[in-house]
Design a protein around this ligand. Structure first.
Ligand SMILES: O=C(O)/C=C/C(=O)CC(=O)CC(=O)O
Ligand SMILES: [Ca+2]
Ligand SMILES: [Mg+2]
Length: 431
């Protein structure tokens, strides 16, 4: 079940917190959860509201008991392990506390400016899996890696994924050290080892797993929604030169496990409820998914109406005081498989998902150039370099480049809510 819409989503609801109303990411209709610290203080749970962070342990006495017991821990894993109903109760109470002026005196002392906080990973990530549901990305990139065979025949039957590396997932802001690795130029006799010359990003959504499933017990598709705690932005940094050389036959390995960035706030599945839309119908002639992946309710509301944007700022642009350039604008509706389908498929063999596990959707490219989700697609593998306002060009990312992903959920008659930025700067390779 996908969560329902209630009064916490009411567009008429406003907050007494200065700056919350009209905030592009965090109005009172959002209330994303995260882990933060202040200098000398422990990691603890918080909620973003406008440009403030609400320190949840400080107001635990005002919150529902089940959730309150999980807020002083340095991760959200315990909170995400609770039944979704406990998260709903927490959301309703937070919405009331932050919108009803009568609670202001009790709650305001627990608000901190976000600029004074360090935002951490929301969970201790046991496992991270990256999918490949962006069919336009799969077509575009497949054409470059396998010109005769871009989209393999399993794509429309199986939600394809690979097991990523949890240890190198980092919150937004942590710089990315250019990886060293093996690459082989097409005309070279042997590979060489050194810094990647084709460092790329991948625009993805992250899905935070809520309640887990027992080993050996699959998740029926009708119940997949209850295992999703929320969403973030995810950048699956990719060394395309290493990838092309190493990925056959077992799939991505060192090309993608050196660093993965996530936006630090978890926009809950409940907050996202008004932005769930019908899954676009499959093109004529595509196979009908197997029964374990098919659910009419999921097809009716399983897609996510989230606008996505990627911006690049080079060191020279920063020095010249020029604003970042927008590389692409796309939409999360470009998913061939829904979130419920990837969750159910992942657990279909009895694999156990655990609270705080992270799933990447795969790169979400639109069909057109304006919405491509990686430089590999935008520059067609480097063949069509981008021209920047400084006179620089880019085929792939250079040291000093800062890349930022943003996402905003929108629906008619609703207050838009944002995922917050997922940003990082590239540092030179280390010897
Ligand atoms: O071999 C291919 O076709 C490409 C594989 C990937 O790039 C893996 C990946 O990270 C999938 C994605 O982000 O969509
Ligand atoms: Ca990826
Ligand atoms: Mg990665």
């Amino acid at each position: 079940m996908i969560p329902g819409i209630d009064d916490t989503h009411n567009p008429a609801r406003t907050s007494w917190v200065p700056g919350a109303e009209g905030h592009p990411d965090f109005p009172v209709q959002n209330l994303p959860l995260g882990i933060f610290s202040t200098p000398g203080g422990p990691r603890r749970a918080g909620v973003a509201i406008g440009d403030s962070v609400l320190d949840l342990p400080l107001i635990a006495a005002l919150l529902p008991r089940a959730a309150a017991a999980c807020l002083s821990t340095p991760t959200l894993n315990a909170l995400f392990a609770l039944p979704a109903a406990d998260r709903v109760a927490l959301r309703r109470r937070l919405s009331e506390l932050l919108s009803d002026e009568s609670h202001r005196a009790a709650v305001e002392p627990a608000l901190l400016p976000v600029a004074s906080c360090t935002l951490h990973l929301p969970c201790a990530i046991g496992d991270y899996t990256d999918f490949y549901v962006g069919i336009h990305h799969a077509n575009n990139i497949g054409r470059q890696f396998r010109p005769d065979n871009p989209l393999l025949p399993n794509y429309k039957w199986v939600p394809i994924g690979y097991h990523g590396r949890a240890s190198s997932v980092q919150p937004s802001g942590v710089p990315v050290v250019r990886p060293n690795g093996q690459r082989k130029a097409p005309d070279a006799d042997a590979p060489a080892f050194g810094p990647s010359a084709r460092l790329d990003y991948e625009l993805e959504l992250g899905v935070w797993v809520g309640r887990g499933n027992d080993l050996g017990t699959p998740i029926p598709i009708g119940e997949a929604g209850e295992h999703v705690a929320g969403f973030c932005l995810l950048n699956d940094w990719s060394a395309r030169d290493f990838q092309a050389w190493e990925y056959q036959p077992l799939g991505p390995f060192l090309a993608k496990n050196f660093h993965t960035s996530v936006s630090p706030w978890v926009v809950t599945a409940e907050a996202m409820a008004p932005f769930r839309v019908a899954q676009p119908p499959r093109p004529e002639g595509d196979p009908h998914p197997l029964p374990y992946l098919w659910d009419e309710a999921d097809q009716a509301r399983g897609a996510l109406s989230i606008e996505l944007e990627v911006q690049l700022e080079t060191a020279a642009m920063r020095e010249a005081g020029l604003p970042p350039v927008t590389l692409s604008r796309g939409s999360a509706t470009n998913m061939y498989w829904t979130v419920a389908q990837i969750v159910t498929h992942h657990a279909s063999n009895g694999c156990n998902l655990a609270p705080g596990d992270l799933l990447g959707t795969g790169t979400l490219s639109a069909p057109e150039r304006e919405g491509f989700g990686s430089l590999m697609e935008i520059t067609r593998g480097g063949a069509e370099p981008l021209s920047l306002p400084t006179g620089e060009t880019r085929r792939f990312l250079e040291d000093g480049d800062t890349l930022t992903l943003r996402g905003t959920a929108r629906a008619d008659g609703r207050v838009p809510i944002g995922l917050g930025a997922c940003t990082a700067t590239i540092l030179p390779a280390r010897a």
